[in-house]
Design a protein around this ligand. Structure first.
Ligand SMILES: C[S@@+](CC[C@H](N)C(=O)[O-])C[C@H]1O[C@@H](n2cnc3c(N)ncnc32)[C@H](O)[C@@H]1O
Length: 280
């Protein structure tokens, strides 16, 4: 199966882009930084709109940083940003993470965030990431795990909305519980597991839950609602009702939305690159 058959479910509308662009290396990629050395090279697989890729390029300068994604249009703003700021160690390429257009063993570090839960053969993607990694190099991955999410309190409409989202992912053969499997994928590809950490990304009405729900509702409207209706799983009226319940949920002071994530770092066997952070 090529990536074209996989039907990436989140799409590339404003809601999806706002979601990805909100991620920065300082927060979302902070777990990787202790393993990187400025001057080293890094490949960001499934880089989306590139906010994390830009952060890595700044951190690793003058090391070469490449972002690769199947959908070029979403990278346009990041490409323009790099040109405007004269950032020369950063490049973006269009390509498939199942078949990376690079020779074996050519990057010091390979990274991917929120990609392995959106492909049907994540273990094959990890194998390909390890292929392009230099011996002794670092592979760092971050993935959600929808099996661990806490959404409280739930109305029947919210339960239904969550079920639809999980079902559409399953329909495409995507692993919506990928976070718990990162260690397994590293181990199965012969990497030494250097670090893993499971945590919740918590949102409440007092913080950014209303913004988060607004982005999610837009994302559902942009692509998912059409899929649900085409597949005969829900009507437009039901989806609108679910969106209203999410809006009420977002304003309720007792609401808790905690998304489960796992991050993991592995090393391809052999000495030579990166430094192991101090214990403790
Ligand atoms: C949820 S987004 C994550 C973007 C970014 N890594 C982040 O964390 O913000 C997933 C990205 O993976 C890309 N993607 C999915 N399947 C792919 C494939 N087979 N090859 C290349 N990119 C792919 C999508 O185009 C999308 O940009």
């Amino acid at each position: 199966m090529s990536h074209d058959d996989e039907n990436y479910v989140l799409g590339y509308g404003d809601g999806a882009m706002d979601w990805m662009r909100s991620r920065t290396v300082d927060v979302h990629g902070a777990f990787v930084l202790p393993y990187l050395e400025p001057g080293g090279s890094l490949l960001d697989c499934g880089c989306g709109p590139g906010s994390l890729t830009i952060g890595f390029a700044q951190y690793l300068s003058p090391g070469r940083v490449v972002g690769i994604d199947r959908e070029r249009a979403q990278m346009a703003a990041a490409i323009a940003w790099a040109a405007d700021h004269g950032v020369e160690n950063l490049q973006f390429e269009t390509g498939d993470v199942y078949s990376l257009p690079f020779e074996d063993a050519c990057f010091n570090a390979v990274f991917c965030s929120a990609v392995l839960g959106s492909v049907s053969r994540p273990a094959a993607v990890v194998r390909e990431m390890v292929r392009v990694l230099k011996p002794g190099g670092i592979i760092a991955m971050k993935e959600f795990d929808h099996g661990g999410d806490i959404v409280y309190p739930q109305t029947p409409q919210l339960v239904r909305s969550i079920e639809l989202y999980q079902r559409v992912r399953a329909e495409h053969g995507h692993e919506s519980r990928g976070g718990r499997r990162l260690r397994e994928w590293l181990h199965d590809n012969g990497c030494h597991i250097e670090h893993s950490h499971a945590f919740f990304d918590q949102r409440t009405a007092a913080t950014d839950l209303p913004d988060y729900v607004d982005r999610n509702n837009r994302l559902i409207d942009e692509v998912l609602a059409t899929r649900y209706i085409e597949l005969g799983w829900a009507t437009r009226a039901e989806i609108d009702e679910q969106a209203r319940d999410w809006e009420r949920f977002a304003r309720d002071p007792v609401s808790l939305y905690a998304a489960a994530w796992v991050e993991a770092v592995g090393r391809k066997p052999a000495e030579g690159y990166g430094r192991k952070p101090a214990e403790g």
